[in-house]
Design a protein around this ligand. Sequence first.
Ligand code: PLP
Length: 368
Amino acid sequence: MTAFSRRSFVTAATLAGIAPALPAWAAQAAAPNGVDPIFGDDIIRLDYNESSYGPTTSAVKALELGARQSGRYYYEQQVRLIELFARQNQVPSDHVAVFCGSRSPLQYGLARYAGQRGVVTAAPTYDSVANGAGALGAAVHEVALDAHHAHDVRAMLAADAQAGVMYLCNPNNPTGTLTPRADIEHLVTHKPGGCLAIIDEAYIHFSDAPHCLDLAVRHDDVMVLRTFSKLYGMAGARLGFAIAKPALLKDLQRLNGYNFVSVAAALGGIASLEQADLVAERKATNRRILHDTTERLRKAGYRCTDAQANCFMVALGRPAEPVIQALAQRKVQVGRVFDAWPDWMRVTVGTPLQMQAFLEAFMQVMHG
Ligand code: PLP
């Protein structure tokens, strides 16, 4: 028995005109009945902000080639990846470093700059930061998002005048909301001396917001993070970038033991970056499905965040944890509870079929 009924399959095919408008690659992913073709389970995974579409066809070919070439380290493929990213984004290549996902440089940054000095972060935001800081014994100051669900950078600066790390996620996880570029610049130019500003752009490809790579090139102690885990659909391949001054990157690489990424991940990353239309297509598809899903929730009376990412939050008007559990029992997995907003639930944007299944399960759980 799959998580989809025949009725929901038919309904989803006509989902508010969205499915027919999808490009071929997304329509293919939207067509199966929800059963994972490789691992065989029928769980709707809307909990980790992954891509339901996975790596692109050219990235899969590159990953396969990398698997065959895995007998050697092939460090030079990592260098090729760095140079390609640097060229495409007009940053010097010595300002770019590659890691096994973006959480590695995030943790190394915390390890180097926090500890004796505290960490300032938002509430709610990506909780790896508070967890990592806690593991280092650093004081954590969590500052509420402002009324527009942007980072309140002035309150963040006021929270700890001696902070070692200021973390800002744009678009923010879990809300998907944006912080204006001027506020990010304010944070960078007013942070305490020797404090590392981490600007996490894991979801930037889904939004129209200006990126902040230039700030990492212009300023000391500013690190921008990028990942292949979200729009590029390569979460399991583990690949991310840190962009910062060369001395800072060298220091983080030393902490990383000069470890490097698998040749498969490097080749998959290169193939993804070389596909010129990839970001625009996936961004547009995500936006249509996000809009359709949140409109349906709003029409049903639920407030949603103004998200520009592949996740959003919905206000439940009651504790989210039991709702998340009840959805999981229906084989629909959605995001965890964030302590600052216990009555809100994070949902990852999946395919139209998955969102249809989510909406049906959600309405059953909330309205019986
Ligand atoms: N940063 C943010 C904001 C995230 O949401 C995540 C993953 O969910 C990461 C970083 C880590 O991504 P990865 O280590 O897969 O690159």
